[in-house]
Design a protein around this ligand. Sequence first.
Ligand code: BGC
Length: 781
Amino acid sequence: MSKFKKKLDKIIQHIIDKKTGSGVMQDEVIAEGERFIFPGMPEAIRQAGAEGTVLLKNNGVLPLDPTQPVAMFGRCQIDWFFVGYGSGGDVNPPYTVNLMEAMKKAGVSFDQELAQIYTDWTSKEENKPNEGWWGHWPMNYDEMPISKDVVEKAASRCKTALFVIGRSAGEDRENTLTKGSFYLTDEERVLLSAITDAFENTVVIMNIGGVMDFSWTEEYGDKISALLIPWQGGMESGNAVADVLYGKVNPSGKLPDTIARHYEDYPSSDNFGDAKTTKYEEGIFVGYRYFDTKAKDKVLYPFGFGLSYTTFKTEITVPASFDPEKEGSDAGSVCVKITNTGDVPGKEVVQLYVSQPAGRLEKAAKVLVNFAKTEELAPGASQEITVSFDARSLSSYDEALHAFVLEQGDYSFTVNDEDAGKVTLDGEILVQQCEPALTKDVDLKQRILDRLPEEITTSVTEKILLSDVASGKYTLDDFVAQLTNEELEALTRGHGMMYSELGVPGNAGTFGGIIPSLQEKGVPALSTSDGPAGLRLKTYTALIPCGTALSSSWNRELTQQLGRLTGQEMAHNNDDIQLAPGLNIHRSPLCGRNFEYFSEDPVLSGRMAAAIVLGVQESGKASCPKHFACNNQETKRTLNNSVVSERALREIYLRNFEICVKEAHPKTIMTSYNKINGVWSHYNYDLVTTVLRKDWGFDGTVMTDWWMQSSKSPEFPSLQDNAYRVRAQVDVLMPGGDRGQEKYISDGTLLATLGQPEGITKAELQRTAKNVLKLVLDLKY
Ligand code: BGC
């Protein structure tokens, strides 16, 4: 494609995307300067990549013998997908290591003749992948044509073949039910057949960001000797895969999602991708909750599954016990002893599940309660682990009562398929009474009016600086009471554009002290940057494994360490807020951003996200978990309405965020683009004020996802756009005004109704100002 044609296509597509409301196209950020890598990062990324690799099948061919040559097929051995696309993938790593490079560095034997053919072909200009542009990136790369003869000749030199299959998707780029995206291409099938026919062993390596079709693994059956999913493991991907292939690291990854036989088997498959409305008809039966309960036979590889080069014994040393009246995360526990019964060192994941009693509420056959991972156990060595949990982890949400309840009956526990005891409750227990929220039955207008804040005043007449608040001379209330309406307004929105000159080069936007009078009072601007796989800045930063890979490791300590290092990298770059982690639920395998997110399960998602947040914030920086909530598809993500039952919200789509907020106290959070039950998240009072702040105790800053949809409040029709948003306590519009504006100047919607009946009140402006300024004080003073 000529450069001119590509540019024209891009412009036309951009206009179409803007018109249809689907695109929020961003420019690629290109790094400059020294190719710096933060010390400790490469090792942690490599380790996380290897631990996040899931071994689904192995007839004994793995680990490979480094002295025996292997033949490597598939162009992705060179053109590896290190991450997915969009704001969550646009990181500039100082280097990347693909599989071929890693094999060379590891000094293992591989067929040079074949490697040369792939090297020559992929380096030719006409074969280089067309990387496309925002929302139109390639989902796969055309495979190198290769004759049967070449395959057979390679098989005469090597017993074992490796075949790398690659896929990618991203922001504004769903996976599709087509060959080359969810399905294998004809060329891949032809090649796979040729390889499996010719070689004694075939090892298939899936370089993907989320689950795709695996039904072909059944068709090929024993012809596939081993199957490995290293996902998109970041800049050290190749090294991590080689570590696993050659047994330097014993695989310990477990699937964070169910792999069903066919796409149509997923409970979301009838309700995904609609432009306007997404009905979450499956309710709480998402992922394994559905398959284990209603469709066991449709599972190809179950949630939590993954093989090792060794074997483990799980013994329950203290069966499950729990005190339903006790508050906190140690209301119950199980003690297990894991012993390595095989010949090589390895780590094992401890997965604790509960089966709740059948009662008036329909229950999933089993639910993940909590998990842990052992240290590396030498052959014969054991480790005893106590896995604890709170009462909420066993409870169900009763919509009639608007409460989490434990119904009476037997709660049966298992750990790694071993019976871990039973606790019987004689009567029903109310674990947590919630306020009805996000449903139509609430008189939202009255609720908002009843809870309007009180205006703050001060008797201080001297001009207060923010440093006076930091030093304790005056209170934040005193400071806020002196702010003018113009200053209060400016605190509720970003500087107006991405790559703001007030922030770190390459930032995604700034907010806080964005006008001179605030700056004069000592309020600096805060800089934000994407995203879950590393920092997107105009400088070289580490590209860490994608969310799916991290969650497959089930290793919270290692994930926290990556967060800690990212926080240090932020400090090194003067960055303040990382727009990560992404923790939306893998509701459908087609969601383009699944690579950024963790899992189909809210406990795994929430706890892995918490690990990242804890790490980043330990380094003195802020995390921004996103997208709150139900951003489960990219198709028309800014307009789509997620129609979800109260129970599914509470048990699945809010639960992940609740776990993260309560465990890790993120300093900021980002709302999603979509509507939830008819109300856009960035205007959603119940989501942000009732549930997040009041019920969960979140006391940080809430920001929108980038730009928002214009709307009037149905409850208070005089409130438009920013006034509607601030009433919901969505504090900051990011990155500011409409895309394309040079600098955002107040659009007038926030202050238009100030002081009028039912209009925005000064106290609401002050409340939001305090939410923002607390963060400024925390990060800058
Ligand atoms: C994405 C966010 C991202 C933001 C800023 C949006 O399009 O949905 O995840 O943080 O852009 O780049």
